[in-house]
Design a binder for this molecule. Sequence first.
Ligand code: ATP
Length: 433
Amino acid sequence: MDVNIHTNVMEKIVALAKRRGFIFPGSEIYGGYQGFWDYGPVGVELKNNVKREWWKTMVYGREDVVGIDAAIIMNPTVWEKSGHLKAFTDPLVECRVCHKRFREDNEEIIKDHENIHNDEKDIWTDAKTFNLMTEVLLGTTEPKEKSYLRGEITQGVFTNFKNVVDSTRVKIPFGIGQIGKAFRNEITPGNLTFRSREFEQMELEYFVKPDEKDSEKTFEEFKEIRMNWYKDLGMDSKKLRFHDHEPEKRAHYAKYATDIEYEAPFGWSEMEGIHHRGDYDLGNHGLKYNDNLTNEEYTPWVVETSGGVDRATLFFLVDSYREDGDRVYLKLNPKLAPYKVAVFPLLANKLELVEKARGIYKDLKKELVVTWDDRGNIGKRYFAQDEIGTPWCVTVDFQTLEDETVTVRDRDSGKQERINIDKLSEYFQNELR
Ligand code: ATP
């Protein structure tokens, strides 16, 4: 039976992520550090695959998009002009009893905390606005210069708008894609990597002519493109929805905004924001576009798709988690799976089998991300590969030595078929298409 079990699924994911090398607590040998996480050997593969698929769709898949990779630390004037130093804030409240601080709009956490002090009344201070930018000090002489780790990767695109226009052949409408780290001094990090203080974003800033109707159409198109991206990579469409922002809940830069939400074990949660930023940013930076065909000069409007790499990675993990009796497996789309294939010799102490299997492993490794396992028995190896979502396991047995066939076992059905060694690469490449 293929049952997606959601009870306690977060605890199970946290345990599996640690046990199998997806996600480790940051600086764990010193007790960890709240809101910071490290990706392990299979986690980095999954996360890189998420980023690669995003880049394939949003940059390589389009004729009107180019990519950049801007610096994390920028001239502090950028953050003054972008409005982040004033308006990039969350409402912070403090518990008068234990002095812990929380984000006021996080209703679930607020309620949980009220339950801890249920005999006390009026436990909260008034909300104060709390700026999320992370400060850094630069320079070798005192006083050092205060700067910031970027709170969103977006500003690097705007500050390079002119450079991209001048150095390439892009013409409005066009987009600039970017993937990179962002930092926020979050009041209440939590739910594994969902809310971290260091995280990665994958964003497209799409520049259009300032036109109400056309830009709305672009906004609607990108909503669909981004929603379909998650669905095409296998996310359960019943667990995905749009959530339009009320005007008062929109970020300071947004003309209008929608989130793509995933129904996580801890409730519907934002995974990506689609924002119509109007001329807010280019206008603040004083940047204009000159159409050299018509000689028109104007400030383009921007439609943005802003996804969280870590949130998408986490929700792909959660969404793919399956229990089938005692068997646990991750039904990850093979494009996202950390390893595409695992190769084993049936017995680790039979030299002929090991040599044959090593040959297959080395050949497949030239074109696919492949892993090798000769520990324990076959059952244990299947169990381990299922837990990291490896779609296919190849076993070299005694029959292989006679007829050049191996068994290929499918992760989801557990079924095995015999395939000729010569046909293996074609078989996997077809499945990955
Ligand atoms: P939230 O309301 O959850 O704080 P946000 O609306 O501030 O998020 P945006 O500024 O729109 O988020 O950022 C775009 C995307 O970046 C989010 O949809 C999310 O996927 C990701 N992101 C934002 N903050 C964090 C964080 N602290 N940890 C991990 N990912 C984040």
